[in-house]
Design a protein around this ligand. Structure first.
Ligand SMILES: Nc1ncnc2[nH]cnc12
Ligand SMILES: [Zn+2]
Length: 331
């Protein structure tokens, strides 16, 4: 990746950037035993049958994250890798319940993430936003309690809420009350929908939760009326091609619906989701779709431009980045 196109990453779980080497070193630092002797052994466990099988390892491995320093080191490592792949702006998810549920204080999580993100523009040339995700396979009462506990960081560190974890059987509508509160608090609203779940979940996320972006959304393609609506309303979809293959939502990258989504006029973006687990960061995803889906410069430029258009950046910043994308030399 000699000269990666400038891009915004809009679908990135910070816990999904935990590289095997860092997991092992944090385990050692915190005096914890992991059932893997080496980074290679750990990497060999990254074989997933579906979203649930991935989540089992994702939640297990993130138990090495204990202290404020752990979260700062995790985010700093991500930002360095992202910057090297052309990421200029990152809107980053985190899963507070996955940490507080095992006794890690929210202050440690947000203290560490806050430290890394606050310095990111200076250290890595990457601006950031932080999006608090609710776990949809946990009770709504837990989401509400998490939301209230995170209030001190609203508007400063936390600027949006999202919805993630096991999708099928957990439709968005159950989370209406907490999304209403988030809207009243002035936060941005996004939700995972249509990754493994049906197109109806996408419609529900839009109509019941009032989200501004859909994370994944690939199964929208099964419903032409929904596609027409997403095109008409230019609802951004944060698509994650390598993730979709590794979680077997799509059999092979060559079968990915991204070209059809672009063709339909959808506002699609390309993102990495959980790059440590799925084989690559944002630039790797751009390279993969270029190679495997035969996308040309015009499409890559459009994907990069879409990433800034779909971001929560102020319009003047979007305009500046769009100029950079238009002038980018793909070589
Ligand atoms: N791809 C994904 N889908 C749902 N929840 C997630 N949490 C982390 N990665 C996820
Ligand atoms: Zn995701």
């Amino acid at each position: 990746m000699i000269n990666p196109v400038p891009k915004a990453e809009l679908h990135l779980h910070i816990e999904g950037t935990l590289e095997p080497e860092l997991a092992l070193s944090l385990a050692a630092r915190n005096g914890l035993a992991l059932p893997y002797a080496s980074a290679d052994e750990l990497r060999a466990a990254y074989e997933f049958a579906d979203l649930r099988s991935f989540l089992n390892l994702y939640y297990r491995l993130m138990e090495v994250l204990r202290t404020e320093d752990d979260f700062a080191d995790l985010a700093d490592a991500y930002l360095e890798r992202a910057a090297a792949q052309g990421v200029r702006h990152a809107e980053i998810f985190f899963d507070p319940q996955a940490h507080t549920g095992r006794g890690v204080p929210l202050e440690a999580v947000l203290g560490g993430l806050g430290r890394a993100l606050t310095g990111a523009a200076g250290r890595h040339g990457v601006t950031t936003r932080l999006i608090l995700c609710f776990l949809r396979d946990e009770p709504v009462s837990s989401a509400l309690a998490t939301f209230e506990a995170a209030r001190p960081w609203f508007g400063t560190l936390i600027t949006g809420v999202g919805l993630d974890s096991a999708e099928v059987g957990h439709p968005p509508a159950a989370f209406r009350a907490v999304y209403d509160l988030a809207r009243d608090a002035g936060l941005h609203l996004v939700a995972h929908a249509g990754e493994e779940g049906p197109p109806e979940y996408v419609t529900e996320a839009l109509d019941v939760l009032g989200v501004q972006r859909i994370d994944h959304g690939i199964r929208s393609m099964e419903d032409p009326a929904l596609v027409a609506r997403l095109v008409r309303e230019q609802v951004p979809l944060t698509v994650c091609p390598l993730s979709n293959v590794r979680l077997r939502c799509v059999e092979r990258l060559a079968d990915h619906p991204l070209p059809a989504m672009l063709e339909a006029g959808l506002l699609v973006t390309v993102n990495s989701d959980d790059p440590s687990y799925f084989g690559g960061y944002a630039g790797d995803n751009f390279d993969a779709v270029r190679r495997e889906l035969g996308l040309g410069e015009a499409e890559l430029r459009r994907l990069a431009a879409n990433s800034f258009r779909a971001s929560f950046l102020p319009q003047e910043d979007k305009d500046a980045y769009l100029k950079e994308v238009a002038a980018h030399d793909f070589g």
